[in-house]
Design a protein around this ligand. Structure first.
Ligand code: GDP
Ligand code: MG
Length: 298
């Protein structure tokens, strides 16, 4: 048999465990995982390479049923675009809190002819009886899907999943160089780490009004430890959000900077000097120019 290669696109509601699964399958911290929905805003491509195959995974932003902002509409269109170029489509469900499958999505999926897998994730959280019930329900609702039950967190069933994926990969040459594990730059991962910290440290609407842009990323080769100097803007849409981000006497932004720096150092395996600037750009989430320059619109 020749070389196998193909696109595996994972879709599902926010928080079902898409990023956790990718990390389990790839063994790298590629996508940012937190308990809050909407963390993954863009499609991320992660690539699994061996001598025999290349699997190009894309994790999608969770689909938002009732998009409030243009940004969220753009996020939905990223997710829907995953349907169009897949060799294998993975629809993922959290068995602990199974949500209804959106009509629009169901219609779109039924027209797609590729191999379709229904992943029942988080089986560590329910009983085998409950799992049976759900499996019965979904086999009636989505008859053209092959069902696989896993726990991405405990890596239970993930090897079986990988075997099924490999079984259905088309023959073909690799799409990307074999030493490439993602199409995203280090800068992108750095901005994701900062965004993850904002999600953890601030409440309510703050994280969702922020965009993080890494403006400078310079290796200081003069120094023995190859320190990396990173400058990033945190863009918010109102002045009040700026003062919340900064906190009393700068205490909040200081904590954000320290915690983000530690994670970035771990990710880059180098010492980091991180400077954060908070900028107000009124209503950026509804402004095409900003959405374009931040990569939400093309
Ligand atoms: P995404 O929004 O679909 O990418 O979901 P994430 O991968 O970010 O996961 C959301 C939350 O669910 C995180 O707190 C994960 O630790 C948790 N999670 C993911 N998979 C499992 C699982 O198999 N079992 C349990 N108990 N939790 C999981
Ligand atoms: Mg995610």
């Amino acid at each position: 048999m020749g070389h196998l290669s193909g696109f595996v696109n994972i879709i599902g509601a926010p928080n079902v465990g898409k990023s956790t699964l990718l990390n389990a399958l790839l063994g790298e911290k590629l996508s940012i995982i937190t308990h809050k929905p909407q963390t993954t805003r863009h499609r991320i491509i992660a690539i699994a390479n061996t001598d025999e195959y290349q699997i190009v995974f894309s994790d999608t932003p969770g689909i938002i049923i009732d998009p409030n902002y243009k940004m969220q509409q753009a996020m939905n269109s990223f997710a829907f675009s995953a349907l169009e170029d897949a060799d294998i489509l993975i629809y993922m469900i959290d068995v602990k809190t199974p949500t209804e499958i959106m009509k629009e999505l169901k219609n779109k999926i039924s027209k797609v002819s590729c191999k379709k897998l229904l992943l029942l994730n988080k089986i560590d959280l329910i009983t085998p009886e409950e799992l049976n019930e759900l499996a019965k329900k979904y086999s009636e609702e989505l008859p053209d899907f092959e069902m696989i039950a896993i726990s991405a967190l405990e890596k239970a069933g993930t090897q079986e999943l990988l075997n099924v994926i490999i079984k259905h990969l088309p023959e073909g040459p690799p799409y990307y160089p074999k030493d490439q594990f993602s199409d995203r730059s280090e800068r992108f991962f750095v901005s994701e780490i900062i965004r993850e910290k904002i999600l953890q440290l601030y409440h309510q609407e703050i994280p969702y009004s922020c965009e993080v842009i890494v403006n400078s990323f310079k290796e200081d080769n003069q120094r023995k430890d190859k320190l990396v100097r990173i400058g990033a803007d945190i863009v918010v849409s109102r002045k009040t959000q700026k003062s919340i981000l900064i906190g009393k006497g700068g205490s909040s932004i200081k904590q954000l900077g320290t915690e983000a720096r530690k994670d970035i150092e771990q990710f880059l395996e180098r010492k980091v000097f991180l400077e954060l600037y908070v900028k107000v750009k009124e209503k950026w989430r509804d402004d095409d120019r900003y959405l374009k320059s931040y990569g939400y619109l093309h």
